[in-house]
Design a protein around this ligand. Structure first.
Ligand SMILES: Nc1ncnc2c1ncn2[C@@H]1O[C@H](COP(=O)(O)OP(=O)(O)OP(=O)(O)O)[C@@H](O)[C@H]1O
Ligand SMILES: [Mg+2]
Length: 318
């Protein structure tokens, strides 16, 4: 079995707000295996980006633990954090705003190389950047361009190249194609797939597009109001979602082929505020199968015989 590259234990990230703490990530337990593509899916505001930013230590966790290759990195600061930045990196959602408009492609890509002392001189930097551009299907002459001289797809290729520059083991992709046209999206997905093989990478892929997550992932986690409600092999979950939220989420997506349409009640009602989440199961107020216990006790993720985990009190949802 593949090694675990990232593990979180009861990870929480609460933001202080005027109305009280916003429980954006609320006790998340996950394991990402070396070499896999893990897809995180869930509606807007459920805490996907916050979870990733917390794992990357771009923001401080409120409580819980994060392990990278078995080492507890929860309290890493300064120098040790620098070492982390070489192991895992992030591709942002919007390539139009994530690149500095005043920096050329060369400047953007040489920064991580210089910060981490990965190249000794300008010549080595040039060689490395040329390699990165080639990997991204771009030409050496793109080095002198500014972001406004690039198309959306090219900008995102630079965003990916920047994440790859430090030769990380793990890349977090936070909606990397959602700001792009569909045809460009497909090209970027192919490129990511190819790069993963060449560089032997692990991907943590975030999207609220469940059709996309299905195509790219080996395993998925379904997130609702700061928590993982179902996690396991992608085909198992798509062919037979078990958590009522997963069922609802999948049933809410337009599917042209009626045979493939997942049966279940599409989601109704509003997502409660993470500042004031429900007492028991977070999904209880919207759940068609709710029982009194669900409103009192938070269900834990339980391991099922097929290897997936589901956080639901009902045992007979299959
Ligand atoms: N810096 C912050 N201060 C206060 N609240 C925050 C902050 N960042 C995020 N939140 C809140 O945390 C919750 C989770 O936000 P997050 O951006 O992680 O969701 P998301 O799943 O990535 O959503 P989307 O799909 O829209 O990107 C939201 O309620 C959001 O308003
Ligand atoms: Mg987000």
């Amino acid at each position: 079995m593949a090694n675990t590259i990232i593990e979180t234990k009861d990870l929480k990230k609460y933001f202080d707000t005027l109305k009280g703490p916003c429980k954006a990530v609320n006790k998340v337990n996950l394991r990402i295996k070396q070499g896999e593509t893990f897809g995180l899916v869930g509606e807007s505001g459920c805490g996907k980006s916050t979870l990733v930013r917390t794992i990357l230590k771009l923001i401080e966790p409120t409580s819980g633990q994060i392990f990278l290759d078995g080492v507890d990195i929860t309290d890493y600061k300064k120098k040790k954090l620098m070492a982390l930045r070489k192991k895992m990196s992030l591709v942002f959602q919007d390539p139009h705003s994530s690149l500095n408009p005043r920096m050329t492609v060369f400047d953007t890509l040489s920064r991580p190389l210089k910060i981490h002392n990965l190249t000794k001189n300008n010549e080595e930097t040039m060689i490395e950047i040329t390699k990165l551009l080639k990997l991204m299907g771009m030409q050496p002459e793109h080095m002198i361009r500014f972001p406004h001289e690039l198309s959306g797809g090219q900008k995102q290729r630079i965003g990916i190249a920047r994440a790859l520059a430090v030769k990380p083991e793990l890349i977090f992709l936070d909606e990397p194609t959602s700001a792009l046209d569909v045809s460009v999206q497909t090209k970027i997905l192919k490129l990511l797939n190819k790069t993963k093989k060449i560089r032997d990478l692990t991907y943590f892929y975030i999207s609220h597009d469940i059709n996309l997550i299905r195509v790219v992932s080996d395993r998925i986690g379904v997130m609702y109001l700061g928590q993982i409600v179902e996690i396991g092999e992608v085909d198992l979950i798509y062919n037979n979602p078990i958590h009522p939220y997963t069922k609802g989420l999948f049933a809410s997506v337009p599917e042209p082929d009626p045979d493939k349409k997942i049966k279940g009640e599409p989601l109704s009602g509003e997502v409660p505020s993470p500042v004031n989440p429900p007492m028991g199961c977070s999904f209880a107020p919207r759940c068609p199968f709710v029982e009194p216990k669900c409103r009192e006790e938070k269900p834990k993720l339980k391991l099922l015989s097929d290897g997936r985990r589901v956080a639901c009190h009902k045992d007979n949802l299959r």
